[in-house]
Each structure stands twice: as C-alpha cells, then as structure tokens.
Design a protein around this ligand. Sequence first.
Ligand SMILES: Nc1ncnc2c1ncn2[C@@H]1O[C@H](COP(=O)(O)OP(=O)(O)OP(=O)(O)O)[C@@H](O)[C@H]1O
Ligand SMILES: [Mg+2]
Length: 238
Amino acid sequence: MIEVKNVGRVYGKKENAFVALDDISFSIPTGATVAIVGKSGSGKSTLMHVMSGLDRPTTGSVVIDGKELHKLKGKDMDNFRATGMGFIFQSFFIEANQTCQQNVMLPLEISGLPISKRKKAVLAALTQVELADKVNTKAGNLSGGQKQRLAIARAIVNKPQIIFADEPTGNLDSATGQKIMDLLFGLNKSLGVTLIIVTHDHELAARCQRQVVMKDGKTVTNTQKQNSGSLNLGKVGK
Ligand SMILES: Nc1ncnc2c1ncn2[C@@H]1O[C@H](COP(=O)(O)OP(=O)(O)OP(=O)(O)O)[C@@H](O)[C@H]1O
Ligand SMILES: [Mg+2]
C-alpha cells in the first residue's frame, strides 16, 4: 500500500515560490495499476519523483507499506529504492559512458545480489526489452527508443514491487510501445507488481484500473474501473 498524505511541493523561495503540488492525498493498494494524467506542467512528474523518493515533499508524507519513505536516510533509502522500486523517468538517468550491461546492473549492485547471479539477471532483463545484442554497447550510442528500453530493463531487473513509469512509451513507435506496455502489465499480472504510470495516452490510461487526474498541482478527479477495489482520494488526517 502506498499512502500519499497531504503532500505539497514548493519550488523556489519567496516571490519565486511555485506550488507544484498542493495538498495531495490518496492511497494505492498493492498490486494496483494506476494512471496519472493531466496537462503538461500539472505536476505529474513532480508527484512521481516525490512518491518514489527521488525528491522530498515540502509538506506531508509518503508511506509505503507502513514505512515513511522520506524518513529513510542514506543507504537505507538507496537500498529501499533499489530493491523495492523500478523507475522509468522522462530523463532516463542513463550513464552514457557505461555499457548497457553496466547500466542495468546498477540496482543489483546496490541491492547486493551475489555477483555470480548478476550477469544472468541483466541478460534476462535486456532480452525482455529486445536489447540482448547490445549488452556491451555504450548506452550513449543507443537510439532514443533503445535508451528508453534500456531504462525499462534497469527498472525491471530487480523484480521490484512497485514500478514508476513517466511516459514510458513516449519515445517509442506504437508497436514497440505496445510490447513494452504488455511487458509491464504482464509483470503486474504475474508478480503483482504495482504499476504507476504517467501518460498522455488515453488508451494506455484506460488499461489501468484507476486514473488520477492532475490539474495545477491538485488532484481533480479519479475514475476507477468497476470491481477494482477502492482508490481512496479522500482527505487523510495530518
Ligand atoms: N526544479 C524546478 N524548479 C521550479 N519549478 C519547477 C521545477 N520542476 C518543475 N517545476 C514546475 O512545476 C510544475 C510541474 O512540473 P512537472 O514536471 O511535475 O509537470 P508534468 O505534469 O510532469 O508536465 P509534463 O507533462 O510536461 O511532463 C511546472 O510548472 C514546472 O515548471
Ligand atoms: Mg512530466
């Protein structure tokens, strides 16, 4: 369960202060598929960054399976993120000078998978995104879509419980995008991975059980497929 409690995020100070997230509260049950939608600049990426521990909220908290995420420090935070979460973000955070293998191996190094098992896990993840032939290619030499697939391989290599994906198919042709989404939804079905996806793609959003709609840093509505459990968007106590 992921609980977002009264989360606010303000960028800048004083007269330059900008409220990117304004008192957001909702909760997501384990194993759910959730689309975060809304116009450009509405705060979707900021919300994902805060929910995944990449950024800190200015106010409020994010609680994952009873643990307050932003209270974790240093190595505890790194370890929690590397073992429990996968990330596919708009700026891929790919190391251009490292090979595909090195890029995908990073979460395994942080989580401490035995060295003998790492190469096999990396190859399996690269195979799933059809990049097995690029194991030793420098990430900087990949095409845009290949970089995106590399980011996806890195996000799934550890079999995380939660995958955060910010426009995961934004740079892909529709056939490749479709395959990637089938892969992510497949992980949801087979392993119960919670999927949280920012998307402008209506079809993709409709495939998710729930939709959180953002407008000017607030959640405006949420829709939910029938029989998919409850997404509580009500206020939670401070
Ligand atoms: N580091 C920052 N400093 C100041 N303002 C920022 C910063 N990062 C984001 N913002 C502002 O916060 C708002 C929300 O940005 P965010 O990136 O979350 O939007 P988004 O919904 O993901 O948009 P898009 O669909 O274009 O990716 C925007 O108005 C943006 O300009
Ligand atoms: Mg964004």
